[in-house]
Design a binder for this molecule. Structure first.
Ligand SMILES: [Zn+2]
Length: 302
């Protein structure tokens, strides 16, 4: 993770909830006190919507009716003074509540906004790719790189994933995945295919996003797939299956052959995923004519 994280800070949902809850509790306490002690009679204020906007509304409600009370025949000047004092105290109270709420936010609730991070390293040894690489493959494992990067998961959280790609593809992959991260495109999981013993069917069935795998083109024995060069990637293969005729791979993704669906992680023409890869010159298998490989992006379109 050697990329710089930016300095943007934001209030996390937990902190916002805390501040809101504290303010609402403070206002309710104030109301209870005010209704008990008010010389102007009970107010009709309700906080059933529990929104901070009620603060502004509360101020207005408390000040507007009291203006009429000034016309009371009992000592106008002292009444006016009391109303002004009451309003000043009320504003001071609310300011104190806001300060108290903000200063008692639990530690860790203010968090750095998630930003894309990545790291590139060589393959440690042939053991690291013992299932996906073997003698006779079109590239040496020394030409491969392990790319570790952050991505948005299906659970709407940021995760670390690993891809193995050709050293000449790392730049394109990183730029594309930075764009995907910024657009929060969801990815189910991302592990090197060796975690699945190099078995593409197992990886696809697990909805695993992977790149390098030294294997032949499906249905074309003797022809190296672009994955064999580390210049292709399959993204969310379950939601984006390979479809030719009535064959759907993985079979578990059969329902997603219906591309009118808009399920999480699906890739559609012109969407964030297609644009991210198009911006680095990679082409999408979902645009092929005779067959459709909706999960597949490659450097040369094959
Ligand atoms: Zn592919």
């Amino acid at each position: 993770m050697n990329e710089s994280r930016n300095d943007r800070f934001f209030i996390s949902p937990a902190a916002a909830l805390h501040i809101r809850a504290t303010l609402v509790a403070s206002i309710k306490a104030l109301l209870a006190f005010y209704q008990f002690r008010s010389p102007l009679g009970k107010t009709e204020i309700q906080l059933d919507r529990n929104r901070l906007l009620d603060v502004g509304w509360l101020l207005w409600r408390l000040t507007a009716p009291t203006a009429a009370e000034i016309e009371s025949p009992r000592g106008e000047s002292s009444k006016r003074f009391r109303v002004r004092m009451l309003n000043s105290c009320l504003r001071l109270w609310i300011l104190c509540c806001i300060f108290a709420a903000a200063s008692t936010v639990p530690p860790g609730s203010y968090a750095a906004a998630p930003s894309f991070a990545c790291m590139v390293r060589p393959i440690a040894s042939a053991d690291e790719v013992k299932y996906s690489w073997h003698d006779g493959c079109p590239v040496s494992f020394n030409d491969l790189r392990v790319v570790t990067l952050t991505y948005w998961g299906f659970d709407n959280q940021v995760h670390d994933g690993s891809l193995i790609v050709n050293s000449d593809a790392t730049d394109a992959i990183l730029r594309a995945f930075r764009t995907l991260f910024d657009s929060k495109f969801p990815i189910d999981q991302m592990k090197p295919i060796d975690r699945f013993q190099g078995d593409d069917n197992l990886s696809m069935a697990a909805d695993n996003t992977a790149a390098f795998n030294c294997r032949q083109v499906v249905g074309r024995p003797g022809i190296w797939s672009r994955h064999s060069y580390g210049r292709a990637i399959d993204i969310n293969p379950l939601e984006n299956p390979y479809v030719v005729g009535s064959t759907v791979l993985p079979p578990e993704g059969k329902r997603y052959a219906d591309r009118s669906l808009s399920a999480q992680g699906m890739i559609h023409p012109g969407d964030a995923a297609v644009q991210a890869f198009a911006s680095v010159g990679w082409k999408w298998g979902g645009a092929w004519i005779s067959k459709k490989d909706y999960q597949h992006f490659s450097a040369d379109g094959l």
